[in-house]
Design a protein around this ligand. Sequence first.
Ligand code: HEM
Ligand code: FPP
Length: 308
Amino acid sequence: MSDVTAAAPLRQDLSEVSDWVTLLKPRVISLVVLTGVVGLLVAPGHLHPTLAIAAVLCIALGAGAAGAINMWYDRDIDAVMRRTERRPIPAGRIEPGAALAYGVGLALASVAIMGLATNWVAAGVLALSIGFYVFVYTMWLKRRTSQNIVIGGAAGAFPPVIGWAAVTGDVTLMPVLMFAIIFFWTPPHFWALSLWAHADYEKVGVPMLPVTHGARETRKQVLVYTIALVPLTLLPWVFGFAGWVYAAAALLLGAEFLRQSVAVYRDLQDAAGRSLSNDVPAKKAFRYSLLYLALLFIALAADKAVLG
Ligand code: HEM
Ligand SMILES: CC(C)=CCC/C(C)=C/CC/C(C)=C/COP(=O)(O)OP(=O)(O)O
């Protein structure tokens, strides 16, 4: 057998593995894991490093499992939307039933291992967030209301609470503040994206805000939530959970997020109605939203490392 023929099965195996990884929405998980790790780092107390690693893996697996079940449920609309048509299920590379079994199996395993490795409060919040993403967001609200991502978005706000609870076994004010920060960050994050991705959602009848209320209202809501978010991010400092390192970072990062959201609001390209697919301010704001949340949470951890 020539080298080229011998390499073909290996290439196929690797691409199959990569499809199973894609089902977990790995790029989204990276930020979920970052916020979960920061929850774990800023919590008072100590968790054995092996158990801390297990807890982080469980957050990643649980979030990934929920993503896989989301892709199983949404396979009909994913097949029609350009952004998602090449995903493993609509592209026919993974059987829907197999993806569902994989997602449910990983979800159960992640919750069980979290409970055994740390405590059942952390495991319970992990189960709640998986349930929120799968049942509340994906199955109930996503196709029914333009407020889908506001209410359902709570799912993505739980990871720092899970990280905190893995160390302390409780949920107090600081993890609630971290939850609130991600909760208010989600609408500008998603609605900025939806301004240029609205055609896909329109095509499949998913009632995202630009589809139901138009681009102008969406731009306003991006700004309104960013205005609410920035003072909220200062509360960990106000309540004494974080010091000046975090407060300075929150102010600087927030000022830039506000600047970007004002640019999204002021953009008049769609004065007549719809946004355009090359909506530059909205694309910039979406990309910045990812950097913003990452740096804000890194600042929280750095603040604790520097100031104790
Ligand atoms: C209901 C809440 C949310 C919705 C509807 C949403 C929706 C989306 C969508 C549609 C994308 C584009 C994905 C793609 O390229 O195909 C995206 C990207 C992303 N989201 Fe969200 N998101 C939500 C919450 C979150 C949360 C809570 C996090 C993490 C804390 C997060 C992290 C990310 C990341 C890291 C990306 C970039 C992925 C990439 O590079 O492809 N999202 N989001
Ligand atoms: C621990 C745990 C369970 C965390 C939850 C993780 C998380 C980030 C939830 C929010 C979700 C998200 C990426 C929604 C996009 O779904 P969509 O179906 O609207 O996007 P799509 O069209 O790209 O599939």
